[in-house]
Structure formats: C-alpha cells, structure tokens
Write a protein that binds this ligand. Structure first.
Ligand SMILES: NC(=O)c1ccc[n+]([C@@H]2O[C@H](COP(=O)([O-])OP(=O)(O)OC[C@H]3O[C@@H](n4cnc5c(N)ncnc54)[C@H](O)[C@@H]3O)[C@@H](O)[C@H]2O)c1
Ligand SMILES: O=C(O)C(=O)C[C@@H](O)[C@H](O)[C@H](O)COP(=O)(O)O
Ligand SMILES: [Zn+2]
Length: 370
C-alpha cells in the first residue's frame, strides 16, 4: 500500500509517493520523466553499497540505465568541493538539459545533488529517492537545495523543486538507530509547529516510530510530508509561513556551524537541541507557559535527542559566537535576529527583531560561556 501526496505548486507541482518496496518499481515511476533511457544517480558510498544494486536493477527493468555518481557519506560532502566534484562528474557524463538527475540518499545527497541539478547548464530536472527518515519527512520535499560553508549552514543554494519524490519506507530498515532519532527531530517539529493532535500522537507513538513499526512509521512519514507539502504549496520561497519549518534551526544551525559539520553533531540532533532551546526561550520571554515548554522538551527527549547544551558535543559553547552565527541566518533582516518561537504546543510563530542581548543572556543561563 502506498500513499501519494501532491505538492500543489502549479507548473512545478509534483507527487510524493510514500510506501514500502517502492524502490523495486522506481524505473516505472522515473521513465516518464526521461527523454532518453538514462539517469545520473547521485548517491553516497554507504547507500550505494546497501541499495545501489536494487535500484540499478529496478531502473534496468524499465529500460533505464543508471549512471552512478558516488560521493563520500556525511555532512562534509555538502560543500563547495563536493559541489565542484559532482558538477564535474555530471559534465563528464555529458548530460544535457533533457536528462535527469536522481538523488538517492539522505539529506546530504538530496541537497547537494539538487543544487548541482539547479545550476547544471542553468538547470536540469531531478527526482528524489530519500533513504533516511529525515530526508523522507523533510529534505526531499520543498525544493530547498544548498551546500554549507564554514561561515554557516546552507548559505549557498537555490530553490529547485524535484519532479517526483519516492519515499520507500523499506529502505529505512538499514538506517542506524542514531540516524532514525535524528530524523525523528524533524517529525516532532511538525507536531510542535502546527498540529497538536499529531504532537499528542507522537507522544504516544515515539517508540513505535523509532522501532520502525510499519503502521506507525507510515503514519509519521505521511503526516509529516502532508504538512510540509501544504506549507510549501502556500509559501514556496519562505516569504511567510514556510519559515515555521525552521523551528529549532536558528539555535541548531549555530551549533552545527560551531561543531564544524562533522559526525559529532547530526543536523537532526542540532534541531532537537534547538527546539528545546526555542521552547525554553519562549517560556523565558513569557510567550508560552512553562508547562507547555517542559512538555515539548520531554517529547524531544523521548526521541533520544539532546535537549540541553551540555548534551551537545563542543559544550561549553561561546554565547557571542553562537549569536554571531544567528546573525548570518537567512531569516535575519538587516542584522536583526529572527526566531521561530512558541505560543502553545502546535502553535509556533515567527518572531522578528529578537533582542540579541536577550538571546546571549539566555544562552549563558543555559550553560554557554559569557
Ligand atoms: N532541503 C531541506 O529542506 C532540508 C531539510 C532538512 C534537512 N536538510 C539537510 O539534510 C542533511 C541531513 O540529512 P540526513 O540526516 O539524511 O543525513 P545524511 O544524508 O548524511 O545521511 C545520514 C547517514 O545515513 C546514511 N544512510 C542514508 N540512508 C541510509 C540507509 N537507508 N541505510 C543505511 N544508511 C543510510 C548515509 O550514508 C549517512 O551516513 C543536512 O545537511 C540538513 O541541512 C535539508
Ligand atoms: O524546508 C524548509 O523550509 C525548512 O526549513 C526545513 C528544514 O528542516 C531544513 O533544515 C532546511 O534546510 C533549513 O533551511 P534554511 O533555509 O534555514 O537553510
Ligand atoms: Zn532541518
């Protein structure tokens, strides 16, 4: 059984298909987007070793040749060097504008391959086959593509929507538990930012989702995608409501930049800690009740995610350096900080012009160095 969730973007509309075993029918889904029977498949070494043969066979059975472009796994690959490497290899394959790039992996591969597709010969089509929980619920949908720079996360990128997303829940069977927990951060984010019922469902079903129980997993992925699709369709370029998807990211991206994008702190872990900080900062500002904030933090912790700075590798962080990273955030305007804060569980909002000194004081209270 699969579910198809449309992303209603007019001429750039596409479907997200969620189900078990979709990889084996990938050729049938992808063939209609091809002008000739081939696609470059950008993947990382780990995903390719585990699932590359299966995808290659599925494509071949529909008359499609896979041209692999395999990159090292991990956040460090989402860099200028990684982008140059992928772009050069797509050129070496002599892809033209009628060809298609398939991003087959987690958010790193999706963001990198998507950005390469956005700028290759000024733009070619791509499809996403996300293989992590995080990529299935979040990064494969919505068209944000980017690389990191030492100055900050995702600072160089483009909006480039995929033509199709195929989320095969079965491939998550090989995903390490730590990566499941990191992906769960983006799942709970949807409940916190805009759906109290989903949040409550997750409070009751976190363990089942993390254990990959088929029904719970399918429900968590489908509801997350549904929420993201609805928000992206309303605000593709983050002029308003889409910024809510950044809950936990202003704090989280600053922590990622400070830890140097290594394996010590995964994006989802940074978002987990970032959401806990956003909840407590909201309470400190009198925006949300202390009770709601604590309940939100408990739900993040139940996902096995860090919720305090002293649980984040790199602690103690320098408060001023964290605030400096936040000023580079894409939501900041004229040097003024923007955060996604909470009014209640299931009710987040965009707070513009947040006082940098208040954020710094809060971070010091939370254990950062003054
Ligand atoms: N574009 C967006 O809207 C968006 C949204 C959220 C996150 N992101 C970005 O996504 C990135 C994080 O993505 P991620 O968490 O998927 O990390 P990732 O792509 O690094 O994948 C995590 C690890 O899991 C491995 N892996 C992937 N699929 C596997 C599988 N099925 N079985 C076994 N191992 C597997 C990978 O090789 C990698 O080592 C960050 O760069 C973040 O900024 C982007
Ligand atoms: O799709 C979005 O919009 C998001 O903000 C989703 C986030 O989970 C994701 O990490 C995104 O890449 C962050 O965007 P950025 O614009 O802050 O780089
Ligand atoms: Zn994210």
């Amino acid at each position: 059984m699969s579910r198809t969730i449309p992303v209603g973007l007019g001429s750039r509309a596409y479907d997200v298909v969620v189900g078990d075993g979709l990889l084996d029918t990938a050729g049938r889904f992808i063939a209609p987007f091809l002008k000739r029977g081939r696609t470059a498949v950008v993947s990382d070494e780990t995903v390719w070793a585990l699932h590359g043969e299966r995808l290659t066979a599925a494509l071949a059975s529909a008359g499609v040749t896979a041209l692999p472009v395999i990159v090292p796994p991990g956040e460090q690959t989402k860099s200028f060097e990684g982008l140059a490497d992928v772009s050069d290899r797509l050129l070496a394959l002599e892809l033209d504008r009628g060809d298609l790039v398939t991003a087959f992996g987690g958010g790193v591969v999706g963001d990198l391959a998507g950005f390469a597709a956005a700028i290759y010969k000024r733009g070619i089509d791509f499809v996403q086959i996300p293989t992590t929980l995080l990529a299935q619920v979040d990064s494969s949908v919505g068209g944000k593509t980017a690389i990191d720079t030492p100055r900050g996360k995702n600072l160089v990128g483009a909006f480039h929507q995929p033509r199709l997303v195929l989320a095969d829940l079965g491939v998550l069977a090989t995903l390490p538990d730590r990566e499941m927990r990191a992906g769960y951060a983006e799942v709970i984010k949807y409940g916190l930012l805009g759906d109290l019922r989903f949040f409550e469902w997750l409070e009751a079903n976190a363990a089942a989702v993390l254990a990959r129980e088929p029904e719970a997993l399918a429900q968590a992925v489908a509801r997350s995608v549904e929420m993201k699709a609805e928000i992206v369709a309303e605000d593709e370029r983050e002029q308003g409501r889409r910024a809510l998807l950044n809950l936990g990211h202003t704090f989280g991206h600053a922590l990622e930049a400070e830890t140097g994008y290594g394996s010590a702190l995964l994006h989802g872990e940074a978002v987990g800690a970032g959401m806990a900080l956003a909840l407590r900062f909201s309470a400190r500002q009198g925006l949300v009740s202390g009770q709601d904030a604590e309940r939100g933090v408990r739900a993040v912790a139940a996902g096995g995610l860090p919720t305090r700075l002293d649980e984040v590798p790199g602690h103690p962080f320098d408060a001023a350096r964290l605030v400096a990273h936040m000023a580079q955030d894409k939501k900041a305007e004229a040097g003024r900080l923007t955060f996604i804060l909470m009014r209640a569980l299931g009710d987040a909002f965009t707070a513009k012009d947040v006082d940098a000194a208040a954020v710094r004081d809060f971070l010091i209270e939370e254990g950062a160095r003054g």
